[in-house]
Ligand binder design. Structure first.
Ligand code: SF4
Length: 224
């Protein structure tokens, strides 16, 4: 079968490759794709021993330690929503540690998503976090705005604290476990991201044993 050609604005027509597929299909079917956004660049308040991303702050041409500006944020949200033509568009917020941007940044995210959402389109958010900054205010916001949270926790305390440490080398399990309990108390949908290391291979089990069951009585969820 003859391969389609694409018009390249920077040169002569060329054979299409797999990266052109979404565009070539766009006029035949709804266009859906998924963007992972790092609004704090590689900045993080932890220093996990296996982290491959902190060092990107000094990588030439890499994400650096810069934070996403409000102008870039609005442009990103507008164009992403515009380009996705499936009924659902999902924003994935990652880091570094995205909660370093603070609640006001994410309040603005929601406002901009509402501003640019197309009629009938569902806009969803998920947030990957180390959990150390999650408090009740965050939980109310996340619940009210239907965020799905991925919480990084590496298992029972001794396994988690073997790698996931603060900048000064202190353990973090109790802070993260507190965040897990808070998220559950507020009814925020959450899942756990677990790094399985050599020393935990034979001990993988419920990482958060001891979490209380979900509560039916939620705290006031209307506050943001
Ligand atoms: S929380 Fe994530 S980004 Fe931060 S140091 Fe740990 S692995 Fe790296």
């Amino acid at each position: 079968m003859k391969k389609p050609f694409v018009l390249d604005p920077n040169g002569p027509p060329r054979p299409a490759d797999k990266y052109d597929a979404p565009r070539l299909m766009a006029d035949k079917a709804p266009l859906g794709f998924h963007v992972m956004i790092k609004p704090a660049g590689s900045a993080c308040n932890l220093n996990c021993t296996y982290c491959f991303y902190l060092s990107k702050a000094t990588l030439a041409g890499g994400p650096g330690a810069k934070k996403m500006s409000d102008v870039t944020l609005e442009r990103l949200i507008r164009s992403y929503i515009e380009d996705v033509t499936t009924p659902e568009v999902v924003f994935t917020w990652q880091g570094g540690e995205p909660t370093l941007r603070g609640l006001d940044f994410f309040r603005n995210v929601v406002v901009l998503q509402q501003k640019y959402a197309k009629p009938g389109q569902t806009v969803l958010n998920d947030l990957q976090t180390n959990g150390t900054l999650i408090d009740e205010q965050w939980c109310r916001f996340l619940k009210k705005n239907d965020f799905l949270v991925g919480l990084s926790i590496d298992g029972p305390e001794h396994l988690h604290d073997a790698y996931r440490k603060t900048r000064n080398g202190s353990p973090t399990f109790h802070k993260v476990f507190r965040a897990a309990k808070l998220l559950r108390r507020f009814g925020v949908p959450a899942c756990f991201t677990i790094q399985v290391m050599r020393n935990s291979m034979d001990r993988v089990g419920p990482p958060v044993a001891g979490l209380p069951p979900s509560k039916k009585d939620r705290p006031n969820e209307n506050e943001t």
